[in-house]
Design a binder for this molecule. Sequence first.
Ligand code: MCA
Ligand code: AMP
Length: 501
Amino acid sequence: MHAADRTAVIAPDGTFTYRNLDEAAERVCAALADGASNLNEARVAYLVPPSFAHVAVTRGIWRAGGIAVPLAVSHPAAELEFVIRDADASIVIGDPISAAMLEPIARRAGARFALTTDLLARAGSRTFSSSSFAPDRRALIVYTSGTTGKPKGVVSTHGNLAAQIGSLIDAWAWTRDDHTLLVLPLHHVHGIVNVVGCALSSGATCEMLPAFDTEAAWERLASGEITVFTAVPTIYHRLIASWDAASAGVQRARSEGCRRARLMMSGSAALPLQTLDRWREISGHTLLERYGMTEIGMALSNPLLGERRPGSVGSPLPGVDVRLVDDAGHEIADGTAGELEVRGPGVFLEYWRRPDETRSAFRDGWFRTGDVAVVEHGAYRLLGRTSVDIIKTGGYKVSALEVEEVIRAHPAVSDCAVVGIVDPEWGERVSVAVELHARAALSLENLHAWAKARLAPYKIPRELHCMPSLPRNAMGKVLKPEVAKLMQADESGAAKSPGHS
Ligand code: MCA
Ligand code: AMP
């Protein structure tokens, strides 16, 4: 079969070949360029759930010479507006459902608004210039939380993306015979690069769920048609719980379906050993755990063939240089813990319009990840992070400082400290300790209602502890490790979201 006639995408909006994708991207490109020869790295922000339309819009933006800025479907208007303004987007794209919210934001931000349906339907084509894909051109801005309050835009060039994808195709032996299932959002690198990027660059089929759904994911895994699957530990936790609750017949069908896959992977957060073990019992697969970051793509991976070591994230991927350094930036010997630094063609270009933060993120040309690791038996094991202000929950990175800034603005709150508490389902759950103003009261429900309009659902604290005073050092700085200890000791007195053990 001709490569163009092979199936590229199976999604809620239909089944499409590579030729369909090419033609749709061309239509989007023509509509976006609107007569201009090139968008010249104009930012195009788009809120499109995982679908064929999402992929076609991304490719259309690239052909037109724009920078793709994917927006998060789960974000409230305030967070979307922050990204649209920070990226200084000149075009905002939305589907008819999100238009009522997005169009006014686009107008306020001085951007043109376009409907996905119009872009895809518009007749016309434009011969695109291959210079749109020149390796040093900016291709993508993904917003990520950091050790500073607001999220930062991580800018990757076409060259960075090609290097990230090429390295994974090589290491994980992607071929056009693969058929993967996307269950992740498309505003983060795990979904963008490891799933859609790898599948479509190797001529494989990328099937998509519009959002993760345990039963829908199981149905597709049980079919035995999926050859490559990747997810975050929280998703495996949910799949395991659903398998455990299923009848013996359903369990058997699900396990048999998994056994026909060739590769199952986990990443974005530490994979608990019990999840690894239980998944092996259920599926027959020892999950391949790998390590990555928005700024660098993937850096370390357990092997495709050979021993996958529990608790380890393996060794450097092709084309990636990794080293461990002490506080002064000196390389350290194997067996000693140090900060992980990464170098290579996949490492991002810059934080969008934040030259100072870009400069301080690098040391002698190496990107400082903020993750601490050790080399044992030739493989890397992650030990933690250099900052207490980064929380990983459900695979999402959350800045404690960003959440604190929002909660401090609550009229009942005089001060607060946000920390991540170890949680079997979420990895860490976002939790807050607050000092209230005199005679003020605050419930978790009230806090949720307040935060919902301001923060993405995964950033909202799930646990609230009211404390007469937060633990501080002599300088008045809140001692976060102490806060976490007090919270754990005070588990019974905490207000928690339903559903938490
Ligand atoms: C949602 N809820 C939460 C959290 N998130 N509760 C506690 N902690 C959380 N983190 C609540 C919601 O408010 C809601 O509660 C209920 O759970 C269901 O919400 P929903 O939006 O449906 O969430 P979900 O679909 O259940 O989300 C779980 C998920 C999702 C599918 C695991 O978190 C997810 O897609 N995570 C993957 C993110 C990702 O791709 N990360 C990669 C970035 P209520 O019912 O009370 O309202 S890292 C990366 O890209 C690097 C490069 C790498 O290494 O991969
Ligand atoms: P993000 O900034 O959202 O791209 O998340 C990147 C961060 O996720 C890394 O800096 C790590 O802290 C964490 N991470 C990614 N993969 C793993 C893994 N396999 N084990 C532990 N942490 C991970």
